[in-house]
Design a protein around this ligand. Sequence first.
Ligand code: ADP
Ligand code: MG
Length: 300
Amino acid sequence: MVLTCPHCNKDHHIKNNQIPEGVTKVRCKECKKEFPLNLASKEKKQTQSPRKIAVALSKGGVGKTTTAVNLSAGLAMAGHKVLLVDTDTQGQSGFMLGVNPRAGLTEFINRELSEEETLCKARENLWLLSGGKSIAGLKRVIDRKDFGGEKTLAENLTRIEKNFDYIIIDTSPGWDPIIVNVLFYAHEVLTPVSLEVMTLQGLVEFLKSMSSIQKYNKELSLSYILPTFFDKRVRKSNGILSKLEDLYGDNICSPIRYNVRLSEAPANGQTIYEFAPGCNGAQDYRDLVRKVTGNGKLFT
Ligand SMILES: Nc1ncnc2c1ncn2[C@@H]1O[C@H](COP(=O)(O)OP(=O)(O)O)[C@@H](O)[C@H]1O
Ligand SMILES: [Mg+2]
């Protein structure tokens, strides 16, 4: 297998049987820093197509939709085929991308319309299955099923997933049949943690709920914790960030700074790269795209 050092990006080719049982960390021969072996499984996932990443946390207002949209758009700009699935009743993803599709995820799952009619091409390489009020109806469809309701999303997305390199799923706050469906389908979870409003308790509780699903979806793992609303002048921001780094070291991404441009872009129906390509928000989301793709040279 190939292990890529997350610090210096050096690839190490090693045989599986060279790793003694019980070893959880390895040291990079190039930069001499340690990294956890479970990144090896991430490496494996990166070669699978598509990668299925849920952007999720039970709390609202932490930057889930902003992240799902700008991560998807950044991956698309890098040449990957991306499907953004909006599972939120607010349907903000379409708004942020400046599109207003007349059908979306609910019609796709209910098969009321053809796939072409439900998938909205929002940008080059970027398609959207939009959310919105109709998601409430989808919840009822799932609830009414006698069994297997939790696999509704997975069974349907499997039909089209081969057309994409990345499936990014935006989720609503709270815990309901839809988020359970998302976690039955996804392989990776990216959790935005607001350094402004977040108490670590919320993250711990979400991870507990997630682990109840990992019993059934063995491929599901917490891959990224993304600190958002970072303001280095605010002591609380720094405090939460260093606590997160202590607890979840290798899963932490570089923070997304508080940036007013990120809150202005949606009203213009533009991604942050279109609205203000030079701002901190655009730089930080480009960094996230580099981290997720493992390609440190992207956009340079
Ligand atoms: N880093 C940031 N800096 C400033 N405003 C942000 C940032 N990230 C998100 N926002 C704004 O904060 C609000 C909540 O973000 P949103 O992505 O909708 O969160 P969620 O989907 O978790 O509810 C939105 O108005 C958004 O534009
Ligand atoms: Mg949202």
